[in-house]
Design a protein around this ligand. Structure first.
Ligand code: CUA
Length: 182
């Protein structure tokens, strides 16, 4: 007779529990050993420790001020405007869904400017535009209830690949789409 599911779970859990306990104890013993052996020589480091703490404090204050300044300086530009050369771009709607891409148009022209508005019907995906040599041109996230826009001008004709860049489920690797650039 087959074992009930809970019994199988228990059979696996018991060894897992014991192994976890053993490994944790081992880690504890190693740490305790190192700690015990390092205590005797603590005074050797006193001088250099003080100096180290001082450098660390100075470094922290400098880093904090620089990053705080940079944050305030850059945040005032948000949200970023559309790049001026893309003001009259052709608008393209892109919707991601498990597991494919829905484009409002499939054919594009070299030298034309496009604004791809990318969203998702279900979970988070990532959209990557690849040229014929599988070089990544641009990418953004495809998120439910939100639209990210990427601006693209294709420089070469060819068949471009659209790949999902964020693991989104069992068939993530099949989320491939092709668009034509003429
Ligand atoms: Cu969609 Cu991975």
């Amino acid at each position: 007779m087959a074992q009930p599911a809970w019994m199988i779970t228990l059979n696996v859990q018991q060894p897992a529990w014991i192994i976890t306990l053993l490994v944790s104890s081992l880690v504890f013993i190693v740490f305790w050993f190192i700690l015990k052996n390092s205590k005797d020589r603590e005074e050797d480091y006193d001088g250099i420790k003080k100096k180290g703490f001082k450098i660390r404090n100075v470094y922290f204050v400098i880093l904090f001020s620089v990053l705080l300044g940079a944050t305030f300086y850059t945040i005032t530009d948000l949200p970023y405007d559309r790049p001026p050369e893309f003001v009259n771009a052709t608008e393209v709607e892109v919707e991601a869904l498990q597991f494919g891409w829905d484009f409002s148009q499939e054919e594009f022209e070299v030298g034309e400017k496009y604004a791809f508005h990318v969203t998702s019907q279900d979970v988070n995906h990532g959209i990557g535009f690849y040229d014929e040599d599988m070089m990544l041109l641009t990418q953004t996230q495809a998120m439910p209830d939100y639209t990210n826009t990427v601006y693209v001008e294709f420089e070469e004709p060819g068949t471009y690949q659209i790949l999902c860049l964020e693991y989104c489920g069992a068939a993530h690797h099949l989320m491939i789409h092709e668009i034509e650039v003429k």
